[in-house]
Design a binder for this molecule. Structure first.
Ligand code: ACO
Length: 361
C-alpha cells in the first residue's frame, strides 16, 4: 500500500477539463490558455467551453446566455430559508444551506442541472447580502450578462464596464483548477452516485477553509490590520515566528509562479488608480516573499492567485463578506463540470493505516 496523507503526488482522476503544469506555471481549460480566455472571452463562453466542450459560435452563445439568464431567479422556499438564518452567520454557510434547499436532483448530473446551480449562486449571495445590509432585494436582470448581473444585484445600480471586465477576468481565471480540495470533494461525492446538489454543497464546505478559498477574506483583513508600510515587517515577523501561515502565499501545485497572479495584479492596479491600498499590497507581497525565504530557506514560496484577487475584488467594491463567496461563483462551474465527468467513474474510497491500540495486544 502507498501511504500519502496529503495526496500531493497522487493522481486520482483522468480529466479533459484542465491542464496544469506546476513547474512551468501553465493553466489551460480544454486546450485554451486561461490568460487568453480571460482577456478575449466573456464568462458564458468559458462556461460553455467547460460544460459543453467547445467555445460557442455567435448563435450558440446567444441562446446559451439566454438559457443561463432564465435560471437566475430564486425559488421562494430558498429565499424563505435564507430569511430564517441569523444575520451573523457567514456567507459560505448561508450559501451551502441555500443550495441544499434546491432539493435533490436526479443522477447523473447534467449540463442543465449545472446551469441551474451556477446561475443561482450569485442570486443567493446577492439576496443574502442585501438582506444583511438591510437593503431591498434586487431581482436578477435578464438583459445583463452573468457577471454584470451579479454586480448589479450586489450594488443595485447599473455596473460600470471597467468593473464588469475586471470581475469577469477574475471569474474566468478561477473557474477551474484540476484536483483542488473543493473539486476533489465534489468528485468524491459524485463517485457515490449522490446528486449534484450534494456535490456542490460539499465543495462549498471545502472552499470555506482558510487554506483554500477562505484565504481571500483573510488576506483583506490582514492588509487592514497591517495598515501601513512601516508596520509590515514587524507584523509579518510576529506572525511567521508564531508559526502562522501568511494567506495568499504558497501553492500546492505551482512551484515558481501562479500564472493567474500577474494579470489579476495588473487589473487590480488599473482599477484602483491612486488608491494607497494597492501600494501597500505590493509592499506586503515583496516583504512576505523576502521573509518567508529568510525563515524557511528550504521551501520555494510564490504569491498565489488569492493575494491580488482579494485586492481586485475590493477594488470592484466588494467587502470581505463577498470575497470567498465570489470565488464560489466561478469555481462552481468547475465543480459541476467535474461532477458530470466523474459520474460514470469508480467509487473513490482510499485506505487508511490504523495506528491505535488493538484488542488484546
Ligand atoms: N506562510 C507561512 N508558512 C507557510 C505558508 C505560508 N503561506 N505556506 C506553507 N508554509 C509552510 C508550512 O507552515 C510548512 O512549514 P513547516 O514545514 O515548517 O511545518 C511548510 O511551509 C510546508 O507547508 P505545506 O502545507 O506542506 O505546503 P504546501 O505547498 O503543500 O501548501 C498551501 C500549500 C496549503 C496553499 C500553503 O502554502 C498555505 O497554507 N498557504 C496559505 C493559505 C493560502 O493562501 N491558500 C490559498 C491557496 S490557493 C487556492 O486555494 C485557490
Amino acid at each position: 500500500m502507498i501511504m500519502s496523507t496529503d495526496l500531493a503526488d497522487v493522481a486520482v482522476a483522468k480529466t479533459k477539463l484542465c491542464f496544469i503544469d506546476g513547474d512551468e506555471g501553465l493553466l489551460e481549460y480544454r486546450g485554451h490558455e486561461v490568460g487568453k480566455l480571460a482577456k478575449n472571452h466573456v464568462f458564458e463562453e468559458v462556461v460553455h467551453l467547460l460544460l459543453i466542450g467547445h467555445l460557442p459560435s455567435v448563435e450558440e452563445l446567444f441562446s446559451f446566455k439566454n438559457k443561463m439568464a432564465s435560471y437566475r431567479s430564486l425559488p421562494e422556499p430558498v429565499k424563505e430559508i435564507i430569511n430564517t438564518i441569523p444575520t451573523d452567520v457567514d456567507m459560505l454557510s448561508v450559501l451551502r444551506t441555500a443550495i441544499s434547499t434546491l432539493g435533490e436532483f436526479s443522477f447523473p448530473p447534467t449540463v442543465e442541472q449545472s446551469l441551474s446551480i451556477c446561475t443561482k449562486i450569485p442570486s443567493i449571495i446577492a439576496y443574502r447580502y442585501n438582506r444583511v445590509c438591510k437593503r431591498k432585494p434586487v431581482e436578477p436582470s435578464n438583459h445583463l450578462g452573468h457577471t454584470a448581473n451579479y454586480l448589479y444585484m450586489i450594488k443595485g445600480t447599473q455596473p460600470e464596464l471597467e468593473q464588469v471586465q475586471a470581475l469577469e477576468a477574475y471569474l474566468i481565471s478561477t473557474l477551474e483548477h484540476g484536483m483542488n480540495p473543493s473539486t476533489f470533494a465534489a468528485r468524491v461525492i459524485t463517485s457515490t452516485r449522490a446528486d449534484i446538489v450534494s456535490s456542490v454543497s460539499a465543495a462549498i464546505s471545502a472552499l470555506k477553509g482558510p487554506l483554500h478559498g477562505g484565504a481571500l477574506s483573510q488576506i483583506s483583513m490582514n492588509l487592514q490590520e497591517i495598515g501601513s508600510k512601516e508596520n509590515t515587517e514587524r507584523w509579518l515577523r510576529e506572525k511567521i515566528e508564531a508559526g502562522k501561515r501568511i494567506m495568499g502565499f504558497g501553492h500546492r501545485v505551482y512551484k515558481y509562479r501562479d500564472p493567474r497572479v500577474l494579470p489579476l495584479k495588473n487589473i487590480a492596479i488599473k482599477l484602483s488608480g491612486n488608491d494607497s491600498k494597492l501600494d501597500l499590497a505590493t509592499h506586503v507581497e515583496e516583504m512576505t516573499l523576502q521573509l518567508l525565504k529568510e525563515y524557511k530557506p528550504n521551501k520555494q514560496f510564490i504569491t498565489n492567485v488569492e493575494f491580488y484577487a482579494a485586492a481586485l475584488l475590493n477594488a470592484v467594491g466588494f467587502d470581505n463578506n463577498l470575497l470567498t463567496a465570489t470565488f464560489a461563483v466561478s469555481r462552481s462551474v468547475g465543480w459541476c463540470a467535474h461532477s458530470i465527468e466523474a459520474a460514470n467513474g469508480p467509487l473513490i474510497y482510499p485506505q487508511s493505516v490504523y495506528s491505535g491500540p488493538r484488542i488484546g495486544l
